[in-house]
Design a protein around this ligand. Structure first.
Ligand SMILES: C[S@@+](CC[C@H](N)C(=O)[O-])C[C@H]1O[C@@H](n2cnc3c(N)ncnc32)[C@H](O)[C@@H]1O
Length: 434
């Protein structure tokens, strides 16, 4: 039985009713208490985490330890905590790590909800002066996405939280962030879209009611679970906080090559909370801490290409070199001059650092589950899941299996493979720590 077939059986044995293709997507999240408080398009389903946990042999003496080295909005740590596991998540993104903390440890923050309600309510009534309070560049950006009165009210809520000593409270930040999401009239789901693409916006007060109704109706689940989750707001390339051979399972999904720029997609929140004020700030304070997966993240990376390449297992370095050469030739003739050729080595090498850390942290024979996709850049096919599988074999994993679980369509013309039926896909990469 392949690892994917075992995952499918575990999902069905759990009473799972969603199709296997939806497991790596966030399309079931709205059905799940607490998960639905704040989620995003790059997330996976709580059902995936449950199925992976069900496949893991229980330990007689202590709760299982679950690790997600790319925690995002906290699906794995939250699902783990709700199952009674000890959950650990890493994400250096300053906004996502707070969202993850608020959800994964909702039981710790729950009692503060009445205070949060009062502080936000008072702030909305009082209003703030968004133009005076935010930096000039943050205001110029946000002012294009909100009605002025709503932005003033939302900034009033932020000031009020600060005055009440809750300016850094994870649940307060989650609630107000979800409110700005509802009140913004620019479509912001997925990759940040220019303010010209609009969606229906709620007034700040209507957003307030909507968010609190949802959060308050999830009380039972928000309080469930006995173990605190541990969320580290740092890169998982170094997980020195975790003892070797102490983790029972990893469930994760890293940044995909040439997919979301997680710094850019959160620009609205970063500006609203003062976590960054300018585009340059976003690069230096957020993007530079993340795995290099888009050409917007190449600052300082071009000089390191040889070092990255030399860090890779020989077979992967050889195959990647051919792809990099092909991408360089394409760049020279394509009008956009996209520097895809500089992405491959940093992406693989930084992912290798995380995979090695996972191999170190996992107990012997403990399972590693990862959802990741391949890519096509300038029509050149990039077999990222297979390469990551090879890197895993060289990093101390056995029983490594790489299987496509979900097609992502034929949007790209793979001119190297004209006539080929192969489209892009999302892959399940499984392994066991040796
Ligand atoms: C595909 S998303 C994970 C989504 C998550 N599974 C969920 O359901 O919300 C990848 C995440 O990896 C994070 N990330 C990027 N570089 C990282 C690094 N070096 N260490 C840890 N996390 C990183 C990004 O900020 C992003 O939140």
């Amino acid at each position: 039985m392949t690892a994917h077939a075992k995952l499918a059986s575990a999902h069905i044995a759990q009473g799972g009713r969603v199709s296997l293709e939806r497991l790596p997507t966030n399309t079931t999240t709205s059905n799940h208490a607490v998960h639905r408080w704040f989620n995003f398009i790059a997330g996976f389903s709580p059902e995936l985490v449950r199925a992976c946990a069900a496949m893991t042999p229980e330990s007689p003496s202590a709760p299982l330890v679950l690790l997600d080295p790319f925690a995002g909005c906290g699906t794995a740590p939250l699902a783990g905590r709700m199952l009674g596991l000890k959950a650990i998540g890493y994400d250096p993104h300053p906004f996502f790590s707070i969202i993850s903390e608020a959800k994964a440890n909702s039981h710790r923050y729950w009692t503060d909800l009445p205070l949060i309600r009062t502080a936000i309510g008072n702030g909305l009534n009082k209003r703030g002066d968004a133009e005076g309070y935010l930096s000039t560049s943050a205001f110029a950006f946000l002012n294009k996405m909100f009605n002025k009165a709503d932005l003033d009210a939302l900034v009033g809520a932020r000031i009020s939280l600060q005055d009440e000593g809750m300016g850094e409270h994870p649940l307060a930040i989650l609630v107000l962030s979800r409110m700005i999401d509802y009140s913004c009239f620019a479509a912001t789901d997925g990759i940040y879209k220019a303010p010209s693409s609009t969606k229906r916006a709620l007034s700040a007060t209507a957003s307030f009611s909507r968010v609190l109704d949802t959060v308050e109706s999830d009380a039972l689940e928000a309080l469930s679970g006995v173990n605190d989750a541990k969320i580290y707001a740092k890169s998982s390339e170094n997980m020195c906080e975790i003892e070797s051979k102490s983790v029972d399972l990893v469930v994760t999904s890293p940044p995909y090559l040439n997919n979301f720029d997680f710094a850019e997609m959160t620009r609205m929140y970063l500006y609203f909370w003062g976590m960054a004020d300018t585009w340059a700030d976003i690069s230096s304070k957020v993007r530079s801490k993340l795995i290099v997966n888009t050409t917007t993240a190449l600052r300082g990376q071009k000089e390191l290409q040889t070092t990255y390449r030399n860090s890779l297992p020989f077979g992967v370095a050889e195959e990647a070199a051919q792809v990099v050469d092909e991408l360089t030739s394409k760049r020279l003739v394509k009008a956009g001059k996209k520097e895809y050729d500089f992405l491959i080595y940093p992406y693989l090498s930084q992912m290798q650092n995380v995979l090695r850390e996972c191999a170190r942290a996992l107990k012997i024979d403990a399972p590693f589950h990862m959802m990741v996709s391949d890519a096509a850049l300038y029509g050149v096919y990039i077999p990222a899941p297979e390469w990551l599988g090879t890197i895993m074999r060289a990093s101390g994993f056995t029983d490594v299996q790489v299987e496509m679980v979900r097609p992502r369509g034929h949007r790209w013309v793979l001119d190297k493979r004209e006539g080929s039926e192969r489209g892009l896909g999302e892959y399940y990469v499984f392994g066991r720590a040796a």
